[in-house]
Design a protein around this ligand. Structure first.
Ligand SMILES: Nc1ncnc2c1ncn2[C@@H]1O[C@H](COP(=O)(O)OP(=O)(O)O)[C@@H](O)[C@H]1O
Ligand SMILES: CC(C)(COP(=O)(O)O)[C@@H](O)C(=O)NCCC(=O)O
Ligand SMILES: [K+]
Length: 260
């Protein structure tokens, strides 16, 4: 079985695959200090609760937080006796090209989203991932990652207002019924929610204009369901695009004989 780990700046998701089938997934907060032993206690408890036998033979990791990779490597080595594939490392092959400025780093989550988007929807895509940051990944006709956009995340924007202004409280995001807020909380929610709807629409329109071919827009990430209610922004919603991509990349490396 495969253990796939998608580590974002806020949350880390672990998923277990038996072949192409996802058997379970669990989410924990991202903390670079967490040790391999701590991960294992947490993971094995959840696996036992679901009656999943721990016959993990392979591990694949995508992490936007470089520091957590060390302990995840130890987890794979100590408890599953395997060397993990780490997306972004030279030994991890990708089934798509990356065409960006030389010497630049692309977030592994964006590469993984590109792979999954291409596998399911072909080329000419914009993948919008509502995570800690909101990323727009542009997938070319042939499935290559050719760049994109990084915008401050939805919760990050609300937190920034709260931290910078003494009278603005911590507010959870939700879709306000009206644009005109009648109290501080609904004013802030309106600014971020409707501001975000505008941001997504404008960025996608401009990407489509520059790209010069019709494109499909796919949404994913923790806060994507919130914007799914504004249906006209997206052609499709994928709950776990990054996980799907990790499974595909693992399979690709197996088929292409990567020995780890
Ligand atoms: N179901 C949810 N409801 C509300 N907020 C959520 C939900 N899931 C995730 N979030 C929040 O959305 C943001 C992005 O989450 P996530 O996609 O897990 O981020 P990342 O991949 O960057 O770690 C975080 O601020 C997180 O707290
Ligand atoms: C843009 C990101 C911070 C998004 O991370 P996330 O919101 O998933 O935690 C991450 O993809 C990253 O660190 N990227 C490196 C720079 C780049 O992709 O160009
Ligand atoms: K993201």
């Amino acid at each position: 079985m495969l253990l796939a780990v998608d580590c974002g700046n806020t949350n880390t998701v672990f998923a277990i695959y038996d072949g192409n089938t996802q058997i379970a997934h669990w989410r924990t907060s991202t903390e670079w200090q967490r040790t391999a032993d701590q991960y294992y206690v947490w993971l094995s408890t959840l696996m036992n609760m679901r009656g999943i036998k721990a016959d993990i033979t392979d591990v694949i990791i995508s992490s936007t937080v470089p520091r957590v990779v060390f302990n995840l490597r130890v987890l794979a080595d100590r408890y599953f006796n395997t060397r993990p594939l780490v997306v972004g490392k030279p030994e991890c092959l990708l089934p798509v090209d990356t065409r960006v400025d030389s010497g630049t780093t692309v977030g592994p989550d964006r590469l993984v989203n590109t792979v999954a988007g291409h596998a399911k929807y072909g080329g000419n895509l914009i993948v919008v991932d509502f995570g800690t940051a909101t990323t727009f990944d542009v997938v070319a006709d042939d499935g290559a990652y050719v760049g994109g956009v990084i915008a401050p995340g939805v919760n990050l924007s609300l937190e920034a207002l709260h931290h910078a202004a003494a009278a603005l409280p911590h507010v959870d995001i939700s879709k306000p019924q009206k644009v005109i807020g009648t109290n501080t909380v609904t004013c802030m929610q309106s600014g971020v929610f409707w501001g975000y709807v505008g941001l997504v629409r404008e960025i996608c329109d401009r990407i489509k204009g520059e790209h010069g071919a019709p494109m499909q827009v796919i949404s994913t990430g923790g806060l994507a369901p919130l914007f799914q209610q504004t249906a006209e922004l997206f052609d499709a919603f994928e709950e776990d695009l990054t996980m799907q991509g990790l499974r595909i990349i693992h399979e690709y490396n197996k088929e292409n004989g990567t020995t780890l």
